[in-house]
Design a binder for this molecule. Sequence first.
Ligand code: FEO
Ligand code: CA
Ligand code: CA
Length: 683
Amino acid sequence: MTITNGAGRPLLPLLPMQGHTHGKRSAVTCHLKCADACFHPVPNESGNEYFRDIVSTAFTRRTLLLGAAAGAAAVVIAGNGPAQPASAASGLAFGVTPPTPADVDDMVVPEGFSWNPILRWGDPLFSRADSFDPNAQTAAKQARQFGYNNDYLDIIRRANGREALLVANHEYTNENIMFPPAATEAQAEEQRRVAMAAHGMSVVELSRTAAGKPWKYRVGGRLNRRITMSTPFKLTGPAAGSQLVKTVADPAGRTVLGTLGNCAGGTTPWGTVLSGEENFNGYFRSPGTSAADKRYGLADRETSRKWETIEPRFDSRNPGYANEVNRFGWIVEVDPEEPNEPPVKHTALGRFKHEGANVIVGSTGHVAAYMGDDERFDYLYKFVSHDTYQEGTSRTVRKHNKTLLTRGSLYVARFSGDSPAVEIDGTGTLPADGAFDGTGTWVPLVVDGVSQVAGFTAAEALVNVRLAADTVGATKMDRAEDVEPNPHTGAVYVACTNNTDRGKPGKEGATESNPRVNNRHGHIIELVEDGNDATSTTFQWRILLVAGDPAAADTYFAGFDKSKVSPISCPDNVAFDSQGNLWISTDGAPGTLNQCDALFKVPLDGPERGHVEQFLSVPREAETSGPVIHDEESMVYVAVQHPGEDGAWGAQHSYFPDYVAPGTLAGGKWGGPRPSIVQVWKP
Ligand code: FEO
Ligand code: CA
Ligand code: CA
């Protein structure tokens, strides 16, 4: 196969794969990102017998087919054949890129496209005096530089087309490849503080000469902002000020310092950015004895980053800090236009391992926020606002809209695969009428500040929403990551990234909505609210994709000819283009298909529905995050997260994106991996 480098630069020689365990997630990611969640017992041991009874009576042939095939299906690296012709479907036209072998340390973009980084880890945001030198990083400098491991991304364009605001999350840090080994305890402590300052979010001004041209960022832009672990956040909603969120440093329970684990997110119709605090449990040492501690994966063990050794609040056993951990795990909202306004944490949206939140305005003007809890066998949630959205961009209107997520109703999804009994037939096609696979209910947990769950106050039901949801028969999902309504149709797409525990002894087996045991490759559900109203409490749903090697029997691409689709595994973040096509970025394909993670386009209607095509792939050991698709300008953006994550300071696995000699630093370029925001365009 030919690897097309859009930048026209020769590819570096391939490095041997080291320390990568095929067939499962990188051990480094497991440790640093998710606090080894997959090596600990699944924290959802709730019985939910009610739901199990329902599905056992509604076990369709599809479930049986997928469940039976899963164990036997061998993973075959497909393709590497000639690129297929450009898709005839609407939106951005491109020649499909074949899968990239997992050890290729490069961006691979379609023929005719170019790429370059807009912002890299360590780029100075406020003054060139803070220029990047990985051998001489300080916490003070890092707090003024672009952070590490960018995940959520948006490029919010001004009407003139030549200016934009870039907003990105910095989910976590890979200390093993960021820092030289610490020679002293003082140096180790400073590295911990640098890593802390590399978490959070960034807002950065961009400019360019004309629409469709590549962007440059502005050092010292007026709206440039870093949000870090020392930024004050306001708590809003029913749990703000409650006993459960008070600490010795904040006896009022209304102001939290910092945000962490910021994974995916969503830009609201009123122009703010929502960000999900995801794997917060990995940052806290806790007694680990309460039901809540167990349900949230909190334990009495040293954390991987040891922040508890430099700030007492990260050890819940310290006097006065038992509740600090309750102040993380929320959806945060940042107004990128207001650099001096404190960001907020919305308790009305519940506390869990928030992947992100995406908002749509319903037919009544109330807004709905869709959210996934990214944990094996955890739940899918929806918040519906009490007040209604106002059109306009004035400060008064924006101020009103920024209150919409403070008051409303929180629901959890219960899928009932009770009808109509749609099945995949022998050739893997759905019936022509496109019927739904089942129905579902949004079960209320808290309505307008009043708990609907027996035994829980509203504050308890929000802070420990997993425990509350356990009692109402919520459906256990295969790690719901990005959950996003299509702005063109209102249909909601739920990316379930994987769940290899499904069907293991003692664990729930295949269900209608999570139809594959040992679900290594994940699937995507399409959900349509009744009346197509985002505020509805009932919905219908169908499986859109069951990911994997299309040659395997246990895959499904909305009935599209499987010989024509790209192999895809572990769908994570999704986005829509201007034509309503779904774009999917992946996290995990190196471990499951031995190919680099990638970005795919899939049309959702017409004869091309289900035609998954790979657009680009990211370098070795990286995850494709934050896709933004501006197809009308032939511009695509991705956040390249954790390139070369399995390397070491003296033995790096990736040199993305600077690709200079290992260890060198010259002209702002470094010979080591730097998570970066990449723009892909047609020159
Ligand atoms: Fe941070 Fe669920 O991915
Ligand atoms: Ca993710
Ligand atoms: Ca998204």
